[in-house]
Design a protein around this ligand. Structure first.
Ligand code: HEM
Ligand SMILES: [Cu+2]
Length: 546
């Protein structure tokens, strides 16, 4: 497909909106998927930085044994708030709501998602959920202190604002479900002529697989939350053993959602990696179909492993053996992806630009996260490591080292397309290096501390653990400063950056066939797709200008 709009200057979606209103109101009433993606970007980035700041405070408390800057109850409230913000306000909505909204329709050659008004409503539901969570912090009773897992019986007995806080997670779940419905319908109904299923970019496949998890799994946590609120409010015995309830039932229901939810977190990130590697290796992706199907396989098998979070809860040995075995199985499709990414780079002409370097950091950090997932998936080891810092390190490597890193990689990859501006490459490269070093300084010591027996969720520790705790805290300072550099570079470029071309990286998926930023309806005319995905021979037709 000839690259029609790289030449003609065209009004971008910033200048032309769907709403009659202009200015801020023009954004808050816009049903344009690109503007909605950016509304999510602003809200989600703010919550990420708030969550990171709370993490920094917790690390400051942990710089020395005993009470340093806060009391134990404050520490309990902070790790709960940190977990709730990072899980429900940053990482679950993150990539799908921002980059899924902005790029999924463009990558399949559509003008918008299937239900634009529902899409805007999803954003408002997200904001209402966030507001409820924040209100729960200031109401009498004080901020929730149960941990982000809301375990029973404490979450039924705690006098803090548990009901409102978990109700906010209930509301946020609907934003996730509605976004999922929108993406599934868009992929089935809105593809451009010629865009068959096996012509779709892999980011679309991973966002599509994620959408099915959002739609199927989220109702489980929604029901569970309502049951906890009923038990807290009316004292009906469902989960609390003192009321004749079963606390293990809560754990099963909680993880039947929350383990598949980790694939809502990581699958879109894996899709972004499958976009960035071929672009900067200048090679078509190795094993396109295997990667596409591995997303669906992960989404499916991911439903069958939830009780690996309950190996020390008293479930039967048979159940533990089965869930441990299935946990090893789910690592296989993830392994297929990592193998195919490396195979794509092999003999590629690598152009090590910042998005590619972030992906290299991801592959290293996510592999440590994934492999230590197998360690805690092994029964004998998990009995020793459950609820220790080893688990805290493991999930930070997969969630922050995995999805968090790709959140930044996706920003650096698609920034020129979203905003029509370029950024400082040297500062960007420093950002990757400092992030990689400080990340390992912050979290790797937690593997050792956990193996030595440091339990999670304690604001105090044995004196012999001090040196590793101090290294971790200093790491958090450098990491935090690096995050400010990484986001600062982009914010500065928004105002002072040079104008970008339509295809600065030499990508071939459809978003690189239109101008930067794109026009309101994404393309001047509906594209007709003739090439295989990641076929770089079409670059010649695209007048590659990088
Ligand atoms: C600057 C970045 C961050 C720092 C310094 C940080 C630090 C911490 C610390 C110190 C804890 C408490 C450990 C304990 O006492 O058990 C914690 C827990 C946690 N963190 Fe982070 N973290 C950061 C980023 C993230 C990100 C990006 C995510 C996810 C996307 C995340 C998710 C969590 C979760 C889910 C918990 C468990 C909370 C709980 O126990 O209920 N963190 N983090
Ligand atoms: Cu799990």
């Amino acid at each position: 497909m000839a690259n029609e709009s790289l030449a003609v200057e065209e009004k971008s979606f910033y200048e032309e909106g769907t709403s009659k209103r202009t200015g801020l109101l023009g954004w808050l009433t816009s049903t344009d998927h690109k503007r909605i993606g950016l509304l999510y970007l602003i809200a989600i980035t703010v919550f990420f930085l708030v969550g990171a700041t709370i993490g920094l405070l917790m690390r400051l408390e942990l710089i020395s044994p005993g009470e340093t800057i806060m009391a134990a109850q404050t520490y309990n409230a902070l790790f709960t708030l940190h977990g709730v913000i990072m899980i429900f306000l940053f990482i679950i909505p993150g990539l799908p709501a921002i980059f899924g909204n902005f790029f999924l329709p463009i990558q399949i050659g559509a003008k918008d998602v299937a239900f634009p008004r529902l899409n805007l409503l999803s954003w408002y539901i997200y904001i209402i959920g966030a507001a409820l969570a924040l209100i729960s912090l200031v109401l009498p009773g004080g901020p929730i202190d149960t941990g982000w897992t809301f375990y029973i019986p404490y979450s039924v007995r705690s006098t803090t604002n548990v009901s409102l806080a978990i109700f906010s997670a209930f509301v946020l779940g609907f934003s996730s479900i509605l976004t999922g419905i929108n993406f599934i319908t868009t992929v089935h109904r809105m593809r451009a002529p010629g865009m068959g299923w096996f012509k779709m970019p892999l980011f679309v496949w991973s966002t599509y697989s994620t959408a099915w998890i959002q739609v199927i799994a989220t109702p489980v946590i929604a029901i569970t939350i309502i049951l906890v609120i009923l038990e807290r409010t009316f004292g009906v015995g469902i989960f609390d053993p003192a009321l004749g309830g079963d606390p293990l039932l809560f754990q099963h229901l909680f993880w039947i959602y929350s383990h598949p939810a980790v694939y809502i977190m990581i699958l879109p990130a894996m899709g972004v990696v499958s976009e960035i590697i071929p672009t900067f290796a200048r090679r078509t992706i190795f094993g396109y179909k295997a990667i596409a199907f591995s997303s669906l396989a992960i989404a499916f098998v991911g439903y069958l492993v939830w009780a690996h979070h309950m190996f020390t809860s008293g479930i039967s040995d048979t159940a533990r053996a089965i869930f441990s075995f299935l946990t090893f199985i789910v690592a296989l499709p993830s392994g297929v992806k990592v193998f195919n990414w490396v195979a794509t780079m092999y003999k590629g002409s690598i152009d090590p630009k910042p998005p590619f370097l972030w992906v290299m950091s991801f592959i290293f950090l996510f592999s440590i996260g994934g492999l230590t997932g197998l360690v805690v998936g092994a029964l004998a080891l998990d009995v020793h490591l459950h609820d220790t810092y080893f688990v805290v390190a493991h999930f930070h490597y997969v969630m922050f080292g995995g999805t968090g890193t790709i959140f930044i990689a996706a920003l650096y990859y698609w920034f020129p397309k979203m905003f029509g501006k370029t950024y400082n490459i040297k500062i960007a490269n420093w950002g990757v290096a400092l992030f990689f070093i400080s990340f390992n300084m912050l979290y790797f010591p937690k593997f050792i501390l956990g193996y030595m027996g440091q339990p999670r969720r304690y604001y105090d520790y044995l004196p012999e653990f001090t040196s590793l705790q101090v290294i971790s805290t200093v790491g958090s300072w450098i990491l935090y400063a690096t995050l400010l550099l990484v986001f600062g570079n982009l914010v500065y470029s928004l105002f002072k950056g040079k104008k970008s071309t339509g295809n600065p990286w030499g990508g071939v998926t459809l978003e690189w066939h239109t101008s930067s930023p794109p026009p309101l309806e994404n393309f001047h005319e509906i594209p007709k797709v003739t090439h295989e995905p990641y076929d770089f021979s079409q670059l010649k037709e695209m007048k590659h200008e990088s």
